[in-house]
Design a protein around this ligand. Structure first.
Ligand code: NDP
Length: 699
């Protein structure tokens, strides 16, 4: 709705480092309390300099975020999460006005904060502490190894614009902010007008925390106006909302011709499928009823992931509808979101109430039989609020077009029957034209495997429910920060979350070709064939070189290398190792059998013997800055070693990652074992923890 209103009552934007009220606004939307209809605030973005915001993000925001490393930014997310945790009661208070109940706040507010925590932890554990990330293995492109290829990720040089839906004003913002912030890309968030005052409250808190680097976050309250006009291929737009708006934005000139990276998460008619084994009385049946109940009532059904289509075997349809209806009747009490005893609040606005009523009537007109609730019951509630009853529609014809195409974005679900075969379940689920998520509930592994694999290409996420997960599942409708969220087709074709995958959505992957030295200089990671600072045992003993294990992170450099002498393997060594470890596999102990094996010339040394010996060959035994060996990665045995062969090891500091919060860091060492003929025997990475200084901190 558009009215003229005094500017001082209008929600502010945070643009170019300042809170700004709209200038002489002409277009102002009134935002009302979903429970009472009282005016909360008015919203307009008129006069806010959107071009200036984009420029500020690309300059000030990019610069300040670029001064930090991945781990430093990830750590800031944790600090933000801790800060917001301390103020979440304030956020709950504001959010009640959107119609969200306390249970809903746990999903939106607490869910948003926990997303910050998860990304902080994943960013520090799974990403290097660097602004260049190597993707995959090095490719050797010339015979002599002088020309290599690899892939690198670097942040995009623009701004991450979020255009969000009304239903998750906190989580919807923070789930997009977390990965873009770790990537080092500044954000402009444009929340939905109807609940943007909650996002404004979170943004205000985040700024008050003093944790955010300058320019890393801006807020546009109100219409997006001409924001997209100022974007180009350097920028990213992540949209959540209706399919029609997604399509409008997707055909914007900046996306079509300007190259803006665009991802959408739109309408989705998510299915829940019950297997034929899950008859009344089974744990799967009960868990399924509960799952549908939760999805209908949480956030009053205003979740992009809610279950809109329930697909149950014809023979279980009636018991299912009865059980669901009984549960809803017994447990749902519709009322003001903060009222004692109320378990389901209103929809977010009167407009939303009208939209849901309209869509439900469309479904009824298409053949839906009302088994519970329905739009005519709206009259029984306080007319000032946007209340809507839990509504079940039953369809006789499972192919009814509306069931698979009309989304009533509220506490409404359609139930259809099928013949219990995976093929039919898959066919019906696919009529949704691409969805965010589907649940398959059954304890029959063959049925679950066939159905799940059949629908997987139509869905972004698959949730399998049976007696083993009934109590532990995080739920059909909860996207997890660790796992991908999004879906093909109608669901928007986008992808969010998924741990570090989401961070990479805000980065450009480039392939890089050059010499080992150049690739090392560019990436900061030592590449095979690059120059090395080599020391031998003799040099160490003579005082002519320092063993890399004597160096703390202060002095250790990538390319620091230790090259061991050769050590000969005898038959007794192999047999003793077999005896001691109990690994008497025939290739080590039975000459005839070993020779009959196509891979071995005769009895060979155990791979683990060689790796153990390699440690003995490269180690510097005295107490020093190396604190621990915490693993080996990418171990491959290439050439077998038989008795009378000899091995040597070359160990090179490959990657050094100081930890932001600790007095030590991680050092990845490139280890290569050769035999006496200079053939490669084995390759792997040794992972160690090394102190930042030595010996001062222990003195
Ligand atoms: P909209 O698509 O209308 O709005 C989503 C966001 O897009 C809002 O921030 C909105 O801003 C903004 N927007 C709308 N038009 C434009 C435009 N031309 N240029 C730039 N931004 C624009 O969805 P609603 O939130 O109104 O919900 C409508 C329906 O969408 C729901 O009933 C439901 O079917 C579906 N939906 C899907 C969700 C999902 O997660 N997949 C979530 C929520 C809704 P403003 O609010 O200022 O108009």
């Amino acid at each position: 709705m558009t009215i003229n209103a005094p500017a001082q009552t209008v929600l502010s934007s945070y643009a170019q480092g300042k809170w700004q009220a709209p200038d002489a606004p002409e277009n102002i939307a009134q935002v009302l309390d979903a429970n009472t209809g009282e005016l909360i605030t008015q919203v307009s973005s008129d006069g806010i300099d959107t071009a200036g915001m984009v420029d500020y993000a690309r300059t000030v925001g990019q610069r300040s975020l670029g001064e930090l490393t991945t781990h430093e930014r990830a750590l800031k997310l944790k600090e933000l999460a801790q800060y917001l945790n301390g103020r979440k009661e304030e956020l709950y208070k504001v959010s009640f006005r959107t119609g969200a109940t306390q249970r809903d706040h746990y999903i939106d507010t607490d869910g948003g904060i926990s997303t910050l925590f998860v990304f902080s932890s994943k960013g520090r554990r799974e990403m290097p502490n660097s602004n260049v990330i190597i993707d995959g293995k090095t490719e050797v492109l010339s015979r002599d190894g002088s020309f290599l290829g690899t892939h690198i990720y670097q942040r995009i040089p623009g701004v991450a614009v979020q255009i969000n839906a009304f239903n998750f004003p906190v989580w919807g913002f923070l789930e997009k902010f977390s990965p873009s912030f770790i990537a080092g890309v500044p954000t402009i968030v444009k929340p939905a007008t109807s609940t943007g005052y909650v996002t404004e409250a979170v943004v205000r808190m985040m700024l008050e925390s003093g944790i955010l680097p300058e320019g890393s976050l801006q807020l546009l309250s109100g219409s997006a106006r001409d924001l997209l006009d100022h974007l180009d291929y350097r920028d990213h737009v992540a949209f959540t909302g209706s399919l029609s708006t997604a399509n409008t934005l997707r055909s914007h000139d900046s996306v079509l011709n300007g190259g803006v990276r665009f991802t959408a998460e739109a309408d989705s008619l998510n299915a829940a499928i019950l297997g034929p084994d899950a008859t009344e009385g089974t744990e799967e049946f009960d868990a399924f009823v509960k799952a549908v109940f939760v999805e209908m009532t949480t956030k009053t059904g205003q979740k992009c992931t809610a279950i809109r289509r329930v697909i149950v075997p014809e023979s279980i349809k009636e018991p299912f509808i009865t059980a669901l209806s009984t549960r809803l009747t017994d447990k749902v009490s519709v009322g003001a979101s903060d009222a004692e005893g109320s378990t389901m609040g209103p929809l977010a606005s009167k407009e939303q109430q009208q939209d849901v009523a309209k869509a439900t009537r469309q479904l009824i007109d298409a053949g839906g039989k009302l088994r519970l609730g329905g739009p005519d019951q709206i009259d029984q509630y306080d007319a000032s609020g946007a209340f809507f009853p839990a509504t079940i529609l039953e369809f006789d014809d499972a192919d009814t077009h509306a069931v698979h195409n009309v989304e009533a974005f509220g506490p409404v679900t359609s139930v259809i029957g099928y013949d219990g075969t995976p093929a039919e379940a898959v066919r019906l689920a696919a009529l949704g034209g691409g969805s965010l998520v589907a649940t398959v509930a059954s304890d029959d592994e063959a049925y679950v495997a066939e159905t799940t694999l059949g629908i997987s290409a139509h869905h972004g996420r698959l949730h399998v429910l049976n007696r083993d997960t009934a109590k532990t599942s995080t739920g059909h409708g909860s996207p997890m920060p660790h796992l991908v969220h999004g879906g093909p087709g109608r669901a928007g074709g986008g992808e969010e979350l998924g741990g570090v995958r989401a961070v990479k959505h805000y980065m450009q992957r480039s392939s890089l070709q050059g010499s080992p030295d150049m690739l090392t200089a560019i990436t900061g990671v030592w590449h095979q064939g690059a120059k090395a600072n080599t020391v031998t045992r003799q040099m160490v003993d003579d005082g002519a070189g320092e063993h890399p294990f004597r160096k703390s992170l202060e002095t250790l450099r990538i390319g620091d290398q230790f090259a061991s002498e050769l050590r000969t393997v005898t038959l007794d060594d192999i047999l003793d190792f077999a005896e001691e470890t109990g690994d008497k596999f025939y290739a080590h102990t039975d000459e005839e059998a070993a020779m009959a094996n196509p891979f071995f010339p005769r009895r060979v040394a155990h791979g683990y013997l060689l790796v153990s010996w390699a440690a003995g060959l490269f180690v510097d035994a005295a107490p020093g800055p190396v604190l621990a060996n915490y693993g080996l990665e990418n171990l491959s045995f290439i050439t077998p070693v038989t008795y009378d062969d000899a091995i040597r090891v070359t160990l090179t500091a490959k990657q050094i990652t100081p930890r932001v919060t600790d007095e030590y860091g991680e050092v990845r060492w490139d280890a290569v074992l050769h035999n006496q003929n200079d053939e490669i025997v084995a390759t792997y990475d040794v992972l160690t923890l090394v102190t930042k200084t030595w010996p001062e901190q222990y003195a």
